[in-house]
Design a protein around this ligand. Sequence first.
Ligand code: GLU
Length: 307
Amino acid sequence: MDIQKILNEIYKEIKPHLGKGRVADYIPELAKANPKDFAMSVVTLDGKSYHIGEHKKRFSIQSISKVYTFTMALKMYSKKLYQRVGVEPSGTPFNSLVQLEYEKGKPRNPFINAGALVVTDSLITHYKDEFITLENILSFLRSTSHTPDININPYVAKSEMEHGYRNRALANLIKDFKNLDNDPLTVVETYSKQCAVEMNTDELATSTLFLANRGVDPISQKAYITPTQAKRINAVMLTCGHYDASGEFAFHVGLPGKSGVGGGIIAIVPGKMGICVYSPPLNEYGNSYVGTLALELFTTKTGLSIF
Ligand code: GLU
């Protein structure tokens, strides 16, 4: 299969759609993104990579970070983690409070904000300090992407903290239900910083390879997690990776994936490759409009969906 040729075709077909959707502005720093930016990278298990667009341009990974923190927590706590956070789709927006109240502080899954806050809290408890936690999140991202200079954009983190009242509300509610060990504000701050990490599509596609390869990084041969854990993470990405549009993403794209409000989406073809696409304007569910379209074109043209 000529992956580069397929990507070139996709580039041509998505061009008329660039700019459609709406760039996230509830974190003011994210509103500065160029709505016409686009990039897509495919990295295969043998380490070959294929790109279109601005694949060297870094962007805010936002909720894509939740995949990596969930992976770290699952490795530390194994099944015990599920006592604190479930694995069911929520059917609600990413920052919803209502369900959390009904369900007594146990978030539906690790990819809605409530669940991600519990996961980050579990990491802070493990490392005993929020700065050490962030250092470990960064080193995990650096190691899986084979890129030593991945960092947090402090302006994006600050901008989110200045406007993140809903995440504070979620953390306080979870604390009230005794499902948070640490100070809610510390947890929200750490979470906002993990979301403010910047990477490009090449780095992100590379960093998903261990998930496409039963837990083992095919480049370094390092086993990050067990095959069973990789299967579970991919399953949660498929069912919960796109908030209340997860069903639609499975329907149209048919791959485990995770989106972020920065406009990035990662996706995995098990046993074959990692993919990342970037285009800042979002659809009504908070997922990249053109990014979703590009992934749909990719699975249609290659036949590489999991179904
Ligand atoms: N940092 C963002 C928030 O919590 C992440 C949301 C997202 O990417 O979906 O609001």
